[in-house]
Write a protein that binds this ligand. Sequence first.
Ligand SMILES: [Zn+2]
Length: 329
Amino acid sequence: MIILSKNIGGNYKVVLLPRTKPSTLTQLECLLPRYHATRTLREKLNDLLVREASGYEGEQSLDYYYGLLDLKEFPILHGLRLNNGDQFFQMDTLILFPNFFLIIEVKNYSGLIRYDVDSGLLTREKKDGVIERFDDPVAQARVQRHQLLKYLLSIHYPQVPIHTLTVFSNPKGILQIEGKTNDLILSQRLLKRIPELRKYYKKNYLSISELESLGKTLAQHHKPYNRKIIERFNIDRVMIRNGVWCTKCKKRMMVREARSWHCKPCNHSDPNAHIQALIEYREIFGDTITNKEATEFLGSPSRHVTKRLLSHLKSYGTTKGTVYSLKEL
Ligand SMILES: [Zn+2]
């Protein structure tokens, strides 16, 4: 998909792979309000939700700087995940310039962040004084660079230099670096570092149209990560609450009566409230649903009513074996 978006600087940038909300984040948002979890697992899933949301927010915050940069026609791919044989690798952002490819890795850590160039030790001191240790971002960048080189070689592209930047995007983060590096930076430094790099690499390897064609190929090979949380954490189906959340108060389940959904406490009616519930079902469980599953999940009064509620969906199979697709919702 190609999206031409007019950005702040008034230039057009070619986003060959737009940023999408990570599947893990969407799944957790749908699952957690319905899940009767043990305290430990709830905390674990909540932590994961906070991390995913923060990472996504950090990546989005950089759009402001990409807008200010003179990126014009250079292809940009967000969240590209590729398969190198049996390994997958994912890049927060990849920008294709004629003279080099730029991988941008985003960290949205808040607090005091310290990095020691010699040892590769990255720590964060939080407000409460607790110190956490993270993986060495330079080593991570090296792995990504290696993976992308290997991938490009496998699709017969010339050896274009690949540069990596680690960007700390959180406005509440303070970055303290021990030693010398230009490639671990705060967001605003992108405005200086990207133009520097564009001058630093002298030779052009690919034309703009070749870059676009490469970008399209990469976007086509994108393999999004969408493993289901319920599988990852072995979550029992019976622990997930059924029902159609009230589309007004979002706190109670609605009841289907007289061709509409009703929430008694707030006296709200919405004939199409089941659509949102089916979207949540898709995020939590998967792309298809049977009449039996939908009757149970929606709390529909009968299979006959469910059949009507699902009638606008594409279906496969016949009578008892009918499976409805939730993909287009
Ligand atoms: Zn309500």
